[in-house]
Each structure stands twice: as structure tokens, then as C-alpha cells.
Design a binder for this molecule. Structure first.
Ligand code: PLP
Length: 404
């Protein structure tokens, strides 16, 4: 048997956040007690009213293909949600429903970018952004952020990298992996730059309901309120807000021509999104929202617990993240020290050390373009956080200064 994989497979990086979750699952199945801080999904079940709507959908015969861009009733519900919650008026032709927001973002890049184009991605970035751009044959261009300012863009770095080949800017606030929430001013600046440069802003708003202190404001709302006139494609997910990661429902809103182009690609890739999930999605978006607040309150308590626990460990610094469910502490003081006799050159090494020495699963920041940092998800129980912090403290105490 002889075959050759296409070059696109070789160019693509595997999702290493999924790899970390797989390692944790394997260790567990071998009977090892691991503390898993690598999860990117809420630990709650989908709220009962949404589950019941899904069951009812099957009984009612919603078990077939839907319209390519999404069930009419679901897109109508999305328009209502966008109007009521985000203050953005859109018609049904401005909406595309996909199999999770990951698909929304991926086909957005397919529809908008091609060879020769550059797309700005802020570093630290969600691991999939550069891969979506690469899959579209375009080039990701990384721009720094300022850790001390909630990981907002380093605008000097941005202006040095903007040129006529830049066709898009991807933003993600609240952010995975940092949990940082950008100020309205920072988003406004990005929109103005995009307008000036004639490039599109793709705004990933999957953590829109997980903002703990400030009010969340959609990028397109800021665009409209300030008459900026930038082109914005917004992408949303039901995964995190409603703990529906397995249902695979996400959606995009934006100019009709872009939605139509994306829909054409999606139609040839997956026909449509999961029908049952779309009916359940109507209940999620328009039904009782009390479970969203309950989950958010739980995350807020856990955030306090994990940030306090991390900061109590000598030489670890952790700012309080404004949103999502990730803490992103700085471990750089431990670089080039000895853990289990091995020099810890980067955070891949530190994460590996934590896995072996303390059975704690974390995600190394180097993979997010953030050397020195490690991502801890606090979408785990408070007990798990307390247990994990104890183990982490012991493991860090055992790291030795390197002997020369
Ligand atoms: N965007 C970000 C920043 C994420 O962290 C995730 C999931 O981890 C997604 C998008 C995709 O969400 P989904 O495909 O489950 O809707």
C-alpha cells in the first residue's frame, strides 16, 4: 500500500490542549489519581431545560437534515438573542449555524483568506487560530500583548506589523488562554485600525457570558455605537455558556455576503449543524437563564480559590483574570532550574515535571505563544482546586537551583 498525505496535514499542528486532556484520561484509566487542570469545558451537565428540549426535539421528528445555514426557528432565536443580549440587530440572512464555533471560525478563514494574505493573531493565542489561518493557505502574523494590562494588544507592535497584505484581525475577549478581558477602548482602537486598513475583524466571543466584573460588550456593538464602520464577523458558541460542548452548536453573525460564502463552504463540508442541538439551542438562548448565572457564580468562587492558591506558592505570580475559566500564572522563575534531575528549559518541561511529580495535568504556555506561563482551567470542583494546589506547592518546593 502506498499513499502520501497532503502537505496540508504536515503543515497543521495537532491540538495539544486535546492531547493534554487525552493524557489525563489515559492516566485515569490506568488507575492513577490525576488532578486535571487542562479541561476546556465546564464540569456541569447541560441544564435540564435544554436537555428536555433536545429529547422533545427527537420525539417531534427533528432528526433530519436542516436548512444549510441553520433551522429557520433557531436563526430567528439567535437574532432575538443578539438583539436582546448584545444590542445588535441582524436579520436571519446574517446568521450561519455551525457544528460548534470551531467550525464557524475555521470556515470563516476559508471564506475570507487565501495564499498571500496575512492575518493578525494576538499572542498568547488560542491554539486553533494559527491553524485555521494556515489551513486557508494564509500566514498568521503574531502580535504581542501586555500581560500587565489584561493581555490587551501591544499597539506599537501591531502598527509595526500592519501592511497591505493584512486581510484580517482575530480577537478573542475574554481570552483563552489568559482569561483577559479587553477594555472598550482597546477594541475601539482595533476597529479603527481595521477600518483604516480595510481588513476584517473576526471576533471570537465564546466566553461572552463569563465576564466577572465588567459588563461584556460585543465588538460589533462597539463598532455600531461609535460609527466606526469596520467589517466585523462575530462568532459565538453554546458550548461554554450552557455547558453544551458535546452538542456542537456555534454560530456566526456578520455581513450577508460573508455568511453566504461561509454557508456555501459549510454546505459542501457538513451539510448543516446537528438538528437536535439546534432545537435545544432555542431553549438555551431564549429559555430560563438562571443556570448560566449559577455556573458563573461557581466559576467566580473557584477563580478566587485558584488565584489565591497559586499566589501562595513562592515565585509564582498570577493576576486575577477578568473572564473565561482559565488562570494563566507566570512560572518563569522556575525556568532553567532542576526538576527530578532534568533542567526545566521551558513550560513544556515544567508541565511534564508536574505531570510526573505531582500527577497534575496543566497546559504549557509555550504552546499558546506565551513562554513562562502555564494555563490552569478552573472548570473543576473547589475540592479539586484545593487538592491540586497542595500537590503543586510540594512539587514546586522540590525544584532545585541548578548546580553549575
Ligand atoms: N474559541 C475559543 C477561544 C475556545 O476556547 C473554544 C473552545 O475551546 C472555541 C472557540 C470553540 O468552541 P466550540 O467549537 O465548542 O463551540
Amino acid at each position: 500500500m502506498s499513499f502520501k498525505l497532503a502537505n496540508r496535514v504536515h503543515k497543521l499542528q495537532p491540538s495539544f490542549t486535546l492531547q493534554m486532556a487525552t493524557i489525563a484520561a489515559e492516566m485515569r484509566s490506568n488507575g492513577e489519581k490525576v488532578v486535571n487542570f487542562s479541561v476546556g469545558e465546564p464540569d456541569f451537565n447541560t441544564p435540564t431545560n435544554i436537555i428536555n428540549a433536545g429529547k422533545q426535539a427527537m420525539d417531534d421528528g427533528y432528526t433530519k437534515y436542516t436548512a444549510g445555514p441553520g433551522l429557520f426557528e433557531f436563526r430567528e432565536a439567535i437574532c432575538k438573542k443578539l438583539n436582546k443580549q448584545n444590542g445588535i440587530r441582524y436579520g436571519i440572512d446574517n446568521i450561519l449555524v455551525s457544528n460548534g464555533e470551531k467550525q464557524s471560525l475555521s470556515i470563516a478563514c476559508q471564506a475570507l483568506f487565501e495564499k498571500g494574505d496575512q492575518v493578525i493573531i494576538f499572542r498568547p493565542y488560542w491554539v486553533s487560530f494559527p491553524e485555521f489561518v494556515t489551513l486557508a493557505d494564509a500566514d498568521p502574523i503574531f502580535v504581542d500583548t501586555v500581560a500587565k494590562k489584561n493581555f490587551e494588544p501591544d499597539f506599537e507592535d501591531l502598527s509595526s506589523k500592519i501592511n497591505e497584505r493584512v486581510k484580517g484581525i482575530i480577537i478573542n475577549s475574554p481570552s483563552n488562554p489568559t482569561g483577559g478581558v479587553w477594555s472598550r477602548d482597546a477594541v475601539k482602537k482595533i476597529l479603527n485600525i481595521a477600518k483604516q486598513q480595510n481588513c476584517i475583524v473576526i471576533s471570537d466571543e465564546c466566553y461572552e457570558r463569563l465576564v466577572y466584573e465588567d459588563d461584556f460588550i460585543s465588538t460589533e456593538k462597539i463598532n455600531r455605537d461609535n460609527d466606526i464602520g469596520a467589517v466585523v464577523l462575530s462568532c459565538f458558541s453554546l458550548s461554554k455558556t450552557y455547558s453544551m460542548t458535546g452538542w456542537r452548536i456555534g454560530y456566526s453573525s456578520g455581513p450577508k455576503e460573508i455568511i453566504k460564502g461561509m454557508s456555501k463552504i459549510q454546505g459542501q463540508m457538513t451539510s448543516c449543524a446537528n438538528s437536535i442541538g439546534q432545537i435545544a439551542g432555542i431553549e438555551a438562548l431564549l429559555g430560563d437563564q438562571s443556570s448560566v448565572d449559577e455556573m458563573k457564580n461557581a466559576f467566580k468562587e473557584r477563580r478566587a480559590l485558584i488565584v489565591e492558591g497559586l499566589n501562595k506558592i513562592p515565585n509564582i505570580k498570577c493576576a486575577t483574570p477578568g473572564g473565561a475559566f482559565y488562570a494563566f500564572p507566570d512560572f518563569s522563575s522556575y525556568l532553567n532550574k532542576l526538576g527530578n534531575g532534568k533542567t526545566l528549559k521551558d513550560t513544556f518541561d515544567i508541565s511534564e515535571y508536574l505531570l510526573k511529580a505531582a500527577k497534575i495535568v496543566t497546559v504549557p504556555g509555550d504552546g499558546f505563544g506565551a513562554p513562562g506561563h502555564i494555563r490552569f482551567s478552573y472548570a473543576v470542583s473547589s475540592d479539586t482546586i484545593v487538592k491540586g494546589m497542595k500537590k503543586l506547592k510540594i512539587a514546586m518546593k522540590n525544584i532545585k537551583i541548578k548546580e553549575i
